[in-house]
Design a protein around this ligand. Structure first.
Ligand SMILES: [Zn+2]
Length: 470
């Protein structure tokens, strides 16, 4: 999947390439011939070979939108959760239109994992050179899939992915997208006999990300999580490529695998601190009858950047805010209006913990829930603040380098110390397992299976009709 590579497109326009938009009604065989020509170039550029022939199909964006059905109850619950966690303004009625737009409006093309098939959306919208560039990107994903099997879990998310996904998952996407962007750039360079460095271009993208992350459209977290693999991941990968070549990039899938987006941001090897929530999860599930939504993970430092967007700056952001690890367990149950959660953070030093505590304090002081403003009480300077927002009770607690944001949970101080003292560092992923019986989750899984079937159908039938039923 990819966002259109605007940087390179501008670059191409300046170089006078064949930017002649084609007619709206297009001849599929012409586009298939373009795909075949790109297929000949990409293996040499990426220094990997296809192990299975790759098929290509085309579809209209309106048909893509139909694939993303809505799950009203789930979106309603997500809206509550994201408001409580400080990512959605109280005034936003539902997160649904933002997610829908993000899903159906974002991509120029996508690769269907495990099916050796790629789909370009509305190919007639692109100049031929840009169409080929998009295909080069998606073909690189095919090479990754066939040579590294990196996306084996993507079609059927398993217990390791919460519904919120993980920092590790996002770091892995940074490698896959950064790899595809570097390959795409190399393809453009090669096609046009130019000399340019992917590192130079992606370095400006990275700088731009850290300059503008606070001003992205609402909800900011959705934009940051979507764009981060392209805007920051591309720099991370191209830097490795420029010093160690493609072999160095290949190692990012195995022996040199980044475990966190903190490593993508800072470039330094990183082992995230992991919090043990196993007893918490069990107690919470045992104490409720019906789970509306549960989540026990997030996108790590990128999510914290989104949360503190109005508070922090590029310098702190480029140091990943001193983040060393975090985990949030959120549970909305038994038709309650608001959920309860424990969000634990570990920082590299006390000053980072204090800095982020002030940031979260700013978020909480400005957060209204159901039009109710909070009452704030500073209990202990630099380490304990409480907030009462209607019926919602919040505690922000710092202990050394650790920070805890606890909401609607009794005895928060004890809960925090229990988590801090736990020795187990394993992620249980229990929340995903618990909500598997949710009818909307069952429906989502069916859709994923259908998507895989569609990919296989594409592969076998070579269905390439404009607006066809892929
Ligand atoms: Zn991609």
């Amino acid at each position: 999947m990819k966002k259109i590579l605007l940087g390179i497109s501008v670059f191409l326009l300046n170089c006078g390439s064949d930017n002649n938009p084609v007619d709206a009604i297009y001849d599929v065989s012409v586009y298939r011939a373009y795909v075949e020509s790109v297929k000949k170039s990409v293996p040499a550029i990426r220094e990997l070979n296809f192990t299975v022939p790759v098929k290509a199909g085309f579809m209209e964006r309106s048909d893509l939108a139909k694939e993303f059905v809505t799950f009203p109850r789930r979106y309603a619950n997500m809206t509550v959760m994201m408001k409580q966690l400080g990512f959605l303004p109280d005034s936003v009625q539902s997160i649904e239109p933002y997610v829908a737009e993000n899903q159906s409006g974002f991509h120029a093309a996508y690769y269907i994992t495990g099916t050796d098939s790629l789909v370009v959306i509305d190919p007639q919208e692109y100049p031929v050179s840009q169409f080929k560039e998009i295909v080069a990107h998606e073909l690189t994903h095919a090479l990754q899939d066939q040579n590294f099997n990196i996306s084996q879990d993507d079609l059927f998310p398993n217990r390791h992915y919460s519904s919120f996904c993980t920092d590790f998952y996002l770091a892995r996407r940074c490698v896959a997208e950064g790899d595809a962007m570097t390959s795409e750039f190399r393809y453009v360079i090669s096609e046009n006999s130019l000399s340019a460095s992917p590192l130079d271009l992606f370095s400006t993208w990275r700088d731009e990300f850290f300059k503008t992350f606070g001003t992205r459209e609402i909800p900011v977290y959705l934009n940051l999580v979507s764009m981060f693999p392209y805007e920051v991941g591309s720099y991370f990968v191209s830097k490795i490529w420029s010093t160690k070549g493609w072999e160095g990039v290949n190692q990012l899938y195995y022996s040199n695998r980044p475990l966190s987006t903190a490593e993508i941001i800072t470039g330094e090897k990183f082992e995230p601190h992991r919090f043990d929530y196993s007893s918490l999860i069990k107690n919470w599930y045992d104490s409720c009858q019906s789970v509306q939504i549960a989540d026990d993970d997030n996108y790590g430092p990128v999510m914290l950047l989104a949360l503190l967007k109005d508070y922090t700056d590029a310098t702190h952001a480029e140091a990943a805010l001193g983040w060393q690890g975090d985990r949030v367990l959120y549970l909305l149950a038994d038709n309650a209006q608001w959920g309860k959660f424990v969000w634990s953070f570990q920082f590299k030093d006390v000053s980072s913990a204090k800095y982020c505590m002030q940031g979260i304090d700013a978020v909480l002081s400005a957060r209204t829930l159901g039009n109710v403003a909070p009452q704030r009480l500073q209990v202990v300077a630099d380490s304990l603040i409480t907030y009462t927002t209607g019926a919602v009770a919040t505690t922000l607690l710092r202990d050394g380098e650790a920070l805890f944001w606890i909401e609607n949970v009794s005895d928060p101080t004890n809960v925090a110390s229990g988590i801090q003292n736990a020795s187990l560092a394993k992620r249980s992923g229990a929340s995903y397992l618990q909500i598997e019986s949710d009818p909307e989750i069952v429906e989502m899984k069916k859709r994923m299976i259908k998507r895989k079937e569609l990919g296989e159908r594409l592969q076998f039938s070579q269905c390439c009709q404009s607006g066809g039923d892929i």
